[in-house]
Write a protein of this length. Structure first.
Length: 564
């Protein structure tokens, strides 16, 4: 009997399939999924969709979801990746309870399954060289040729396979292959490799093994051993499904899971290949897998993205049967939407210029009320200090402004956020560079915000901080990592050719409200008029406060791109 949660009535083709299975009491009414990452890199936003889907379906249909590491390639896998993957899944709000597995848990059973295929005459040890195997395989339009070793006896194959396990042969000397059909139009069925010799140390089994199962062989049997009902994977495995089924049909496995494919999540202005992401790391283009410009979950977390926003994004992106590219603006919209509701507003000045009030006493100061979040009154108000010297953004002042410049300029007035209306009376410049050093103003004491006399209107409002009690901070402005939407589309160029030289700008002379000195790593704020920022979790300290820009207040990238 179908048993779904009322709050979630998504109706993509996978959910339709599961509802049909439940109605027909297939798998005895069970729903059991798994998330099976290979620990050869950090998870990215595409994996977030798979996590949301597998764990979410189990939750929605009162089922279970396993976490299983498909650790069959020891040369590329590390404990660091295992740890980061578990951290990311928990950060997204999911838990595998006591169902943590590894393909390496099943190495002995998988070996026995391979022996079973040999005894049934459905697998053989091949001694062709890698070059010969490629030649014998054929092409998508031409059938392959059978290996001269294909008809070895069962006894010979068992002996060779046992000696492969016993470290007797060098890498590449032999392979164990399934005996299927070298003329099949599906290249995956042309006697695929089941086991290869790899004399590499495994992060869990050490040096117990020198032969390792191929992913296509290990995956389906691992699913069956865990009682998985719906093996959900991305679209590139669609052509592998007949092989997935062939192994399960020809082995004495406890059940036969159903493989269902969906289109992987792709977003523009980045790359989603672990190999390409590793290239960025290895070439020091980024500071690491958790660089805030990376599409990894650890990078997003460090940048200030929230798990709620990411899950909202993947739900909006949906589950499709055809590949497409999602605009990263949708992800950023989800981030803004979430942070707007929950972050405290603060004032900061990223490129400061000093303003001095000639008619405000030097030894005087006053406390003003500032709203913490207009979207949530329960967050209350805070006190900000007004003094005779403040900082404003350099771009909020122009000596010779164009029309409709509603900020500060000589002889014109502007309101300071939560404070007074001020008027520029003079400017002091550096004699050598001509750069503005100080802006002298007067303030109107009758226009304090929140008082009955404050209703005099001016066209512009700007933010500010006190020059006498603000604190220094470094601000890192992150932008798109690439300058084109699809960096890998042009096959004649390297994707690295499209790196955005302005993907990171570091501002070292920023000023922020003084109480932010106690902000915790990853604590998030809206800098008024500037965007959403969070405290960097890696480099920020009590000696040096560092903020990462999560997203601007609005998406201006499309406009910039058109101008370029």
């Amino acid at each position: 009997m179908e048993n779904t949660k009322e709050k979630n009535q998504l109706n993509d083709f996978i959910r339709q399939k599961i509802r049909k299975d439940l109605k027909e009491n297939k798998n005895d009414g069970r729903v059991h999924t798994r998330f099976p990452p290979e620990p050869n890199g950090y998870l990215h936003i595409g994996h977030a969709q798979a996590i949301w889907l597998n764990f979410g379906l189990a939750e929605e249909f009162n089922g279970m979801c396993n976490l299983r590491f498909d650790d069959t390639n020891p040369e590329k896998e590390e404990v660091e990746y295992v740890d980061s993957i578990m951290e990311d899944i928990k950060w997204l709000g999911y838990d595998w309870d006591d169902r943590l597995y590894y393909a390496s848990d099943y190495f002995e059973q998988l070996y026995n399954y391979a022996v079973e295929l040999i005894k049934k005459g459905k697998a053989y040890v091949d001694s062709l060289t890698p070059e010969e195997i490629k030649e014998y395989r054929g092409t998508p339009t031409e059938p392959g040729k059978e290996s001269p070793y294909r008809n070895r006896t069962v006894e010979e194959n068992l002996d060779l396979f046992e000696r492969m396990r016993a470290w007797e042969f060098e890498e590449g000397k032999h392979l164990l292959r399934a005996k299927i059909d070298m003329a099949s139009p599906n290249m995956n069925l042309r006697d695929p490799t089941i086991y290869r010799i790899r004399k590499a140390h495994h992060h869990r089994t050490g040096d117990d093994w020198c032969i390792y199962p191929m992913y296509d062989f290990a995956h389906g049997q691992s699913d069956a051993l865990e009682g998985i009902t719906h093996s959900i994977c991305t679209l590139e495995f669609e052509n592998h499904r007949p092989l997935y089924d062939w192994f399960l049909d020809n082995l004495s496995v406890p059940c036969h899971p159903q493989q269902i494919e969906f289109a992987r999540l792709n977003i523009n202005y980045t790359v989603m290949s672990k190999r390409k992401l590793l290239t960025l790391v290895d070439n020091n283009v980024v500071s690491g897998w958790d660089d805030p410009r990376m599409p990894t979950l650890s990078g997003f977390r460090r940048r200030g993205y929230t798990p709620e926003a990411i899950k909202n994004f993947v739900e909006r992106a949906g589950v499709a049967k055809r590949e497409s590219i999602i605009d990263i603006a949708l992800l950023e919209h989800s981030i803004r939407e979430d942070l707007n509701k929950k972050t405290q507003r603060v004032m900061s000045v990223l490129n400061p210029v000093k303003v001095i009030f000639d008619n405000y006493p030097e030894d005087q100061s006053e406390e003003l009320d500032a709203v913490n979040n207009p979207e949530d009154e329960s967050m209350g108000k805070r006190k900000i200090t007004f003094t005779n010297e403040i900082y404003i953004e350099r771009e909020d002042f122009m000596e010779d402004p164009p029309k409709k410049f509603f900020r500060l300029s000589p002889g014109y007035e502007v309101r300071l956020r939560y404070a007074y209306i001020i008027k520029c009376v003079s400017v002091i410049k550096d004699e050598n560079t001509g750069e503005i050093k100080e802006i002298h103003c007067t303030y109107d004491p009758e226009t304090r915000s929140g008082t009955p006399q404050s209703n005099r209107k001016v066209k512009g409002t700007i933010h500010w901080v006190s020059a006498k009690n603000s604190i220094d901070a470094e601000v890192r402005l992150y932008d798109r990592l690439f300058t084109v939407e699809e960096p890998t589309k042009d096959k004649e160029k390297d994707f690295m050719d499209f790196l955005n030289p302005d993907s990171l700008k570091v501002l070292t002379n920023c000023k922020v409200e003084p109480w932010l000195k106690d902000a915790k790593p990853l604590e998030k704020f809206q800098f008024e008029r500037r965007g959403y920022f969070c405290v960097d979790s890696k480099d920020s300290s009590s000696e040096k406060l560092i903020f990462n820009r999560t997203v601007p207040l609005r998406d201006t990238w499309a406009k910039i791109a058109k101008k370029q």
